[in-house]
Design a protein around this ligand. Structure first.
Ligand code: 13P
Ligand code: SF4
Length: 441
C-alpha cells in the first residue's frame, strides 16, 4: 500500500502553497491525476500580501528594494519585460522580450534566484531554460497572459484528435502543431511530443515554412498546421507567405468540433486557434486612419498580434524587439504611431524625445495582468529571499520541461537554418525527477 505523506489540501488549486505544486504534495497513487489537473487549471491564485507592503509610500518601497538587491548581490537577477511599468523596470538588470530574457537568465548561472517581472508563461519558459539550481520567481501569481490561457491542454488535445480523424482517409496527410511562445509549458510540451515547434513573433514565418515543407499556397492541403493560441499572428503570417484567407479556418475551442465541419477541416491548410491578445485586439483599422490624419507623415508600426485589418494598413509589423529597434534606428523628427502595450510606447517616447511617438489609439492599451507586478509584490518576494525563503516559485514538471525544451530547440534550429537535433532519451510521463538536459543553443 502507498502511504500518503501529507494530508490532502482542501482546495484544488496550486494556491494552497504557491511554493510547491500540488503534485509534489499529494500521495504517489494519485499524483498522475493531480499533474493532469495542474495542467488544465490555468488560473493561479496569489495569496494576499500583507497590507504594510500595499500601503508603503513609493519612495520607501524603492529604497527597500534597492537595499534587498544589494544584499542578494550576484545571487539575484531581475528580468523586466518591455511591457512592465517603470516603477518596476527601474530595478531590472535586463529588459527585453520574453524569449530573449529567458535565454539571458539561462546564461547567468551565478544567479540562483531569477525574478521574472513579466507574465506566467514567460516565467515558465525561464524555468525550462535555466539550470536546476536556478529558481524562477513570479512576484504575483495572478500575472497570467489571457491569450496563453485561451489554449488549455485538454482543448488542444481534442482539436488535434478531431483533425486527425477528419483527415484519416488521406494517406499523405501530415498535421504539424505550432505554438506561439505565449502558451503554457503544457501546450509547448504537447507540440514537442507531436513533432511541432514553438515560434515567436519574429521567427513565425520561418517556422511555418519549415512546417509546410515546401507545400505552396493553392496546393492540395495534405500538410496542415494547427496554430496555437493567437489567431492573428497565424493569419498575418500565413497571409504574408501568400496563403489566402480561404485556406485558413478558425477553431473555436468553446464550440463542439471547433464549430467546423469535417469538410472544412479537410480543405484548410491553417487551422487557427480562436485566441487573441486582449490588448492588441483593441487597435482598429480606423485608428490607423485617425493617426495618419492627426500626424501627417507618421509611420504606423504594429505588433503582429493586431488584427489582419490593422496589420494590412500599417507601414511596419514586428515583435516588441523589432519595434524597439525601428525607433532606435530612426532619425530625429520621425513620427511613429505604435500599436502595442502602452508602457512600452510611453517608455520609447521618453527615451527618444527627438522623435514624435504616440500610441496608435487612445484606448487603454494596458496589459492588466503584467501590471499586477508592482513594487509592493517585488519587495515582498525579495524580503522572503533575504529571509531564506523562496515564494512564488514557478516550476514546470520534468516531463513538460523536457518536451517544451524539445519544441524550443526545434525553433532555434529552424531559425538558424541547421538540421534538427535529436532529443536525448525522454523521461517517463509522470516522473517527478528532473532530467538533465543540454543547454539550448
Ligand atoms: P514578445 O515575445 O515580443 O516579448 O511579446 C510578448 C507579448 O506578450 C506580446 O503581447
Ligand atoms: Fe498576453 Fe497580450 Fe499581455 Fe502579451 S500583452 S502578455 S499577449 S495579454
Amino acid at each position: 500500500m502507498v502511504q500518503c505523506q501529507r494530508a490532502p489540501p482542501t482546495r484544488l488549486s496550486s494556491s494552497v502553497d504557491p511554493r510547491r505544486p500540488l503534485s509534489q504534495a499529494w500521495c504517489p497513487a494519485v499524483r498522475p491525476a493531480i499533474i493532469w489537473m495542474e495542467k488544465v487549471i490555468t488560473m493561479h491564485w496569489q495569496q494576499p500580501i500583507p497590507k504594510s507592503y500595499l500601503q508603503m509610500p513609493s519612495q520607501e518601497l524603492f529604497a527597500r528594494i534597492a537595499r534587498r538587491k544589494e544584499q542578494l548581490g550576484r545571487k539575484l537577477v531581475i528580468l523586466g519585460h518591455h511591457y512592465q511599468q517603470d516603477d518596476v523596470i527601474q530595478f531590472a538588470d535586463f529588459i527585453g522580450d520574453s524569449f530573449a530574457l529567458s535565454r539571458q537568465a539561462a546564461g547567468l548561472s551565478d544567479a540562483q534566484y531569477v525574478i521574472f517581472c513579466g507574465v506566467h508563461f514567460m516565467a515558465e519558459s525561464a524555468d525550462v531554460l535555466t539550470a536546476p539550481h536556478q529558481q524562477v520567481i513570479l512576484p504575483d501569481l495572478g500575472a497570467g497572459c489571457s491569450m496563453a490561457d485561451m489554449a488549455a491542454l485538454d482543448d488542444v488535445e481534442d482539436a488535434f484528435a478531431a483533425l486527425e480523424q477528419a483527415n484519416s482517409a488521406d494517406p499523405d496527410f501530415r498535421l504539424v502543431p505550432i505554438t506561439y511562445v505565449n502558451s503554457s509549458a503544457a501546450v509547448k510540451s504537447f507540440v514537442g511530443q507531436h513533432g511541432g515547434a514553438v515560434c515567436t513573433s519574429s521567427n513565425c514565418e520561418k517556422i511555418l515554412s519549415w512546417a509546410l515543407d515546401g507545400q505552396k499556397p493553392g496546393a492540395p492541403p495534405h500538410t496542415k498546421i494547427i496554430f496555437f493560441p493567437d489567431q492573428h499572428l497565424g493569419r498575418n503570417t500565413g497571409w504574408k507567405m501568400g496563403f489566402s484567407l480561404e485556406s485558413m479556418v478558425l477553431w473555436d475551442y468553446r464550440k463542439p468540433a471547433g464549430g467546423l465541419s469535417e469538410q472544412q477541416l479537410r480543405d484548410a491548410t491553417f487551422i487557427l486557434w480562436k485566441g487573441h491578445c486582449s490588448v492588441h485586439q483593441l487597435f482598429r483599422p480606423e485608428h490607423v486612419e485617425q493617426a495618419r490624419q492627426r500626424l501627417p507623415g507618421v509611420k504606423v508600426l504594429v505588433h503582429p498580434e493586431c488584427s489582419w485589418e490593422v496589420v494590412r494598413k500599417a507601414d511596419l509589423v514586428g515583435s516588441t524587439e523589432f519595434i524597439r529597434q525601428q525607433v532606435a534606428a530612426a532619425a530625429p523628427g520621425d513620427k511613429w504611431a505604435i500599436g502595442t502595450e502602452v508602457h512600452m510606447v510611453n517608455r520609447l517616447a521618453r527615451q527618444h524625445p527627438e522623435q514624435t511617438i504616440i500610441v496608435l489609439s487612445e484606448c487603454q492599451c494596458l496589459c492588466t495582468t503584467m501590471y499586477r507586478i508592482d513594487p509592493a509584490h517585488l519587495l515582498w518576494v525579495l524580503d522572503h529571499l533575504v529571509a531564506g525563503e523562496v515564494v512564488n516559485q514557478i516550476k514546470v514538471d520534468p516531463f513538460d520541461a523536457y518536451w517544451s525544451r524539445v519544441s524550443l530547440q526545434r525553433m532555434l534550429d529552424i531559425t538558424a537554418g541547421r538540421p534538427l537535433q535529436e532529443p536525448p532519451q525522454p523521461p517517463p510521463e509522470h516522473t517527478t525527477t528532473a532530467v538533465a538536459l543540454p543547454a539550448l543553443v
